[in-house]
Design a protein around this ligand. Sequence first.
Ligand code: UD1
Ligand code: CA
Length: 454
Amino acid sequence: MATDIVILAAGKGTRMKSELPKVLHCLAGRPLLQHVVDAARTVDDANILVVTGHGAEQVQAVISSGSLRCIEQTEQLGTAHAVLQASPLLTSNATTLILYGDVPLISPETISGMLNNVSDESIALLTVQLADPTGYGRIVRDQQGEVAAIVEQKDASAEQLKITEVNTGVLALPSECLQAWLPQIGNNNAQGEYYLTDIISIARNAGYLIKTIQPVAVEEVEGVNNRLQLNNLERYYQLQQAKRLMSEGVTLADAARTDVRGNLKTGSDNFIDINCIFDGDVVLGNNISIGPNCLISNSLIGDGVEIKANSVIEDCQIGNNAIIGPFARLRPGTELAAGVKVGNFVETKKIKVGKGSKINHLSYVGDAELGENVNVGAGTITCNYDGVNKHKTTIGDNAFIGSNTSLVAPIDVGKNATVGAGSTINKNVPEGELGLTRAGQKNISGWKRPSKKD
Ligand code: UD1
Ligand code: CA
């Protein structure tokens, strides 16, 4: 059956105290609304409709990629009024699910549970039991225990306020019913708003049964209204990620100090020390060790790799058994073959390095291709930029680059060639030869160091 998913995202989020629309604040590196859209996309062929309002253009620009449509609600007159904006775009013979752009952690399981309980005779409502239900709409049940209505906090009687089963706002029903019932909702209530919750009593009167579903975890239905709530959900999310990693065979030095902001795929027998951040799409092989304070984004890390403390790795491919860091910075386009070593205070960018090569200390190597078993001495710099254009450096197999060398690109150092320490190389060094630019050494005998004046 076709599915329409309406995501309400028009609210301002005053309590965030921010210029940024609330739904664009990030949880685990992605906007809140993006989490909801991603969950909605787990439903096959869903027709996703996002109701925007505050910061509509900004919101649309951030999330409009892929198949979804944004509809602007120019005035926020209540949740029913918000859904009404999307109503003309609903599909016939479909089920509509209502989600919220500021309730980011709704799970695919809960979504399918909701959709499976909608029929010609029933609609589905997601509820939770809360020890402190203050602020939420209360679920009012009749003598048979069936849901009869939802009463908002501000409209509730003293008796109703004692009810601890609350409305999460998530609702699923036949799209055509929604279209027929929305215009029947008025705004004669304490807030003068068009309440979507009034749908429940209308559905009851039309003879529909209200089936209630509970989420697996209460955090799935928690909304973000302020930065404390945002942080609480971030920590919950990160702990879930940590538990997943551990279940997949990763040892974490501290489950509370590992952050996953994207999709981290991992093999087994990996060790991750404290304060590591994984951003975007990262794939880890097996038997990897990652030291403390590393940032790894959008990279592929091979089996047996050792990444030592304080290394930053972005858009890279690291071959098996490579050893990186400590304090290495591997920038986009770095491709290291098996067994390569990149040591402390080395920066790399857009380079391919063959098996077993070493760049162990204090170097910048960019726009370069290095063969196998190359040794790049400490302090080597590829001068890849002439102020206007970038140029390439190539270094053949088994070449040896002495320390403190400047390689002025475009330049080619042949196989088995050697560059003497301290050289500025601006002509190619042929295969097997020694390239050297160095002023001759002079020793002055009998030279006296200056002494202190009286
Ligand atoms: C709503 C429910 C309440 C439920 C609670 C759960 C109604 C009337 N009440 O109350 O039963 O317990 O959620 O959190 O539905 N929005 C729009 N346009 C509008 C109004 C709201 O897009 O015109 C969006 C808001 O940005 C927000 C969401 O809808 O994301 C909920 O609106 P809000 O006014 O916060 O509803 P609550 O008072 O929390
Ligand atoms: Ca409200």
